[in-house]
Design a protein around this ligand. Structure first.
Ligand SMILES: [Zn+2]
Length: 408
C-alpha cells in the first residue's frame, strides 16, 4: 500500500512540552510560564484551562493566574465553550487574540514576492503579492516595494506590527540578514536585513526559504509532532531545511541547507553554482520539463496540469518520470543517511509529483538508506501548507522573539 501524503502526529512539539521550571526565581518562573502558555496557544490554537494544566504540567492555580495576566495584557481572551462536556462548571476556553501581536511575513521568490500580516495564533490577516521580472527583481526594487506593501497592509489593518520575517531563496547570514548569494535572483552580498530594518523601522529577521519551510511544516504543517524532519523544496532550484531533535539546524552563520548542490553526478549537467552534477540539475523544474518533453520556459501551471493528468495513470507516470524518480531517490537516500529524519517533507513543485512516484521514492529511501532501514518507517510526504509554507515560516521566525517579549 502506498503512503502518499500520509503522516501521523506524535505528541506535542518539543519546544512546547517540558515547560515546568523548578527552583527558578519567581519572576523568571512567571515569565517562563506566561511564554509557555502563549506559545501553546499560538501554535496549537484555543484550548481550555484544563487542557493547559494537562499539557504544560502546571497546576490549576498557576494556569489561572497566568491566563488572567495574559487577558489583562490583551493577548488572550476567554469564553465559555460552545459545547459543555459533562456536569459541573465548564472549563473556560482560552483564545489567542490575533490583532494583539502581529508580524509581517515576506516570501521573496524568483518570480514573485508575497507579503502578509499574520496575527497571534497564525491567522493571515492581510496579504499582498506581486510578480517579478528581470527589472523588478533588482534588490533595490524589491526592497522599495516590500516597504510600500508593508505600509499599505499596516494601514489597512490599523494595528501595530511588532517585527518582520523574510524568506529568501539563497544563502543568508542569519545574524544580520545579509544575503550572500541568491543565484536565481542574481543577488550577491545584499544587506537585506539591515536595509529592511531601517526602512520598516521594526526588527527584521531574514533566513533561507527552505529553512523557513521546514519551520512552518514543523510548527503548523505535516511535520507537527515529529522531532527529526528534512524539508526539501524543489522549484527553479532545490534547497533543504533540517529539524533535528526539535531544533532547526543552521550550520556556520546559518548557511546550512544547500542540499541542491550535493554532487550526485560529477560529469553531469552544468549547475547555476558554477560546477557540474549537482542534485538540483536532476530534480529541478527544468529536469521535470525535460522528463515530460515540455519546452524550456513552459509556464508552471501547464507543467502542474501535465503532472496531474499523468497521476491518473500510475504506471505511465512511473515510466515517464523514471529518471527523475531515480535521481530524487538517490539524493534523498543521501539526505536521510546524513540527517536521520523520521519524516521527509517535499515542498513547492515536488508536491505535484504523482502518488506512484512518491511511493516509489519512499520505498527506495526506506530500503536503500542505512538510516531508513534502521528507523524502519522513514516516510516521504508532501507539504500540506503548499505555496504558503515559506510565508508562514517567515512569520514564525518573526514571532519567536515577539512571543518572548510579550510574555515579560
Ligand atoms: Zn550547484
Amino acid at each position: 500500500m502506498g503512503t502518499c501524503g500520509e503522516t501521523r502526529a506524535r505528541g506535542w512539539p518539543m519546544s512546547v512540552s517540558g515547560t515546568v521550571m523548578g527552583g527558578a526565581r519567581p519572576d523568571d518562573a512567571r515569565r517562563h510560564n506566561r511564554a509557555a502558555v502563549l506559545r501553546r496557544l499560538h501554535r496549537d490554537g484555543p484550548c481550555t484551562r484544563a487542557m493547559l494544566v494537562t499539557e504544560l504540567g502546571l497546576n490549576r492555580s498557576t494556569i489561572k493566574s497566568v491566563v488572567e495576566e495574559l487577558t489583562l495584557s490583551g493577548l488572550v481572551s476567554e469564553r465559555l465553550p460552545a459545547q459543555r462536556s459533562g456536569a459541573g462548571r465548564p472549563s473556560l476556553l482560552v483564545l489567542p487574540r490575533p490583532h494583539a501581536a502581529v508580524v509581517l511575513a515576506v516570501d521573496i521568490r524568483v518570480d514573485r514576492v508575497s507579503t502578509a500580516l499574520i496575527g497571534l495564533g497564525g491567522e493571515i490577516l492581510e496579504r499582498l503579492s506581486w510578480r517579478l521580472n528581470e527589472r523588478s527583481r533588482q534588490p533595490l526594487e524589491v526592497l522599495t516595494k516590500v516597504i510600500e506593501s508593508a505600509r499599505l497592509l499596516i494601514d489597512e489593518l490599523g494595528a501595530p506590527v511588532r517585527a518582520a520575517g523574510v524568506a529568501v531563496p539563497g544563502v543568508v547570514r542569519n545574524a544580520d540578514g545579509l544575503v550572500r548569494q541568491a543565484p536565481y535572483l542574481s543577488w550577491a552580498d545584499v544587506p537585506l536585513g539591515e536595509q529592511l530594518t531601517a526602512g520598516l523601522r521594526m526588527p527584521v529577521a531574514v533566513a533561507n526559504d527552505a529553512e523557513l519551510g521546514a519551520l512552518a511544516e514543523h510548527t503548523r504543517g505535516v511535520a507537527r509532532g515529529a522531532s527529526n524532519v528534512v524539508f526539501v523544496v524543489g522549484d527553479v532550484g532545490v534547497g533543504g531545511g533540517v529539524i533535528s531533535d526539535g531544533v532547526a539546524l543552521r550550520g556556520a552563520y546559518g548557511y546550512l541547507g544547500e542540499l541542491g548542490h550535493m554532487v550526485v553526478r560529477p560529469d553531469g549537467r552544468e549547475c547555476h553554482c558554477g560546477y557540474r552534477g549537482c542534485w538540483e540539475t536532476e530534480v529541478c523544474e527544468a529536469a521535470l520539463l525535460r522528463a515530460l518533453d515540455l519546452p524550456p520556459g513552459t509556464v508552471r501551471g501547464e507543467l502542474v496540469a501535465e503532472l496531474r493528468e499523468l497521476a491518473a495513470d500510475p504506471a505511465a507516470a512511473l515510466a515517464r518520470l523514471a529518471g527523475f524518480t531515480r535521481w530524487l531517490s538517490i539524493g534523498l537516500v543521501n539526505v536521510v543517511n546524513m540527517f536521520a529524519p523520521e519524516l521527509v517533507v517535499l515542498g513547492d513543485l515536488l508536491v505535484a509529483l504523482p502518488c506512484s512516484v512518491l511511493d516509489a521514492v519512499s520505498v527506495e529511501v526506506r530500503e536503500r538508506s542505512m538510516i531508513g532501514r534502521a528507523l524502519g518507517d522513514t516516510r516521504v510526504v508532501r507539504s500540506v501548507l503548499g505555496s504558503d509554507a515559506k510565508l508562514i515560516g517567515a512569520a514564525e521566525l518573526a514571532f519567536s522573539p515577539v512571543l518572548d517579549a510579550a510574555a515579560t
